[in-house]
Design a protein around this ligand. Sequence first.
Ligand code: UDP
Ligand code: MG
Length: 309
Amino acid sequence: MKKLSLVVPCFNEQESIPLFYPAVQKVLATMPEVKPEYWFVDDGSKDGTLSELKKLHEQDQAVHYISFSRNFGKEAAIYAGLSAATGDYVALMDVDLQDPPDLLPKMYEILQTGEYDAVGCRRVDRKGEGKVKSFLSNQFYKVINRVSKVEIVPGARDYRMMTRQMVNAVLAMKEYSRFSKGIFAWVGFKTKYLEYHNIERVAGKTNWTTLKLFKYAMNGIADFSQAPLNLAVWIGTTSFILSIIGLIFVIIRKLIEPSSSILGWASTISIILLIGGLQLLCIGIIGRYIGKIYLQVKERPLYLVKEKK
Ligand code: UDP
Ligand code: MG
């Protein structure tokens, strides 16, 4: 009998957990060929999430939980859950039922054929989501796929089922700044994507503001692409070439018309400001990468566990 681990990050989800568990149990009942194991990760919740998880643990031996000492973010929670999971197959899903459990049997079936190493899910629409958020998300996929070598499928959620082999590959990626969408693509293996329509949260509210998502996207780009650094090189090269052309122009004009007076104070200041701005931009880009190196070399743990059962 194969074991299927379900890794579920939870942050302030006291209302979702009691709805999630029975919904998944119902689906698992249709899969008698698998032995399930739950790994809930309480990512430093401030509400009753942990006590809900304790209740489930008392009730069902297959339910385990890890509770962090504080909020470390979903990426850390994913890593902790994947590390703890012992299954032959591991599924990663959100607790808010936005990742439909009904897809689990299909995912499992596809992996059973041995043709694929992972089955992911992608939303084909973004019904119920703000216009600005949708627009920015779509732009993000366009940009990251252009500037980075890894191919990130638009609309793909973290919801997926993987083989043990692929999980081990994901765990072997020791980067501090983790961007799962990129990591799943980077490790390779064959992934099949199932499509479904967006579903809204059952309870609670999303922890992602548009600004938080924007920062997350920027980090993802810096984690999986060096294009911003090349941008700095291009800006530098272009302004250097333009300044040479300008210099030649000034010299020639002086030779042809020696009495030409010094005009153009405003334009000079504008150019100084422009160059200064570009320099700061480039330093900023380089700074972002140095910040990442700084965090990586400190080798701080990704998360701290307060309780695990
Ligand atoms: N989550 C987490 N840590 C955080 C934020 C979120 O573990 O710091 C969990 C959350 O409980 C949920 C999943 O990550 O199970 C997705 O979060 P959310 O529903 O807020 O994101 P969205 O579905 O809007 O992308
Ligand atoms: Mg959600």
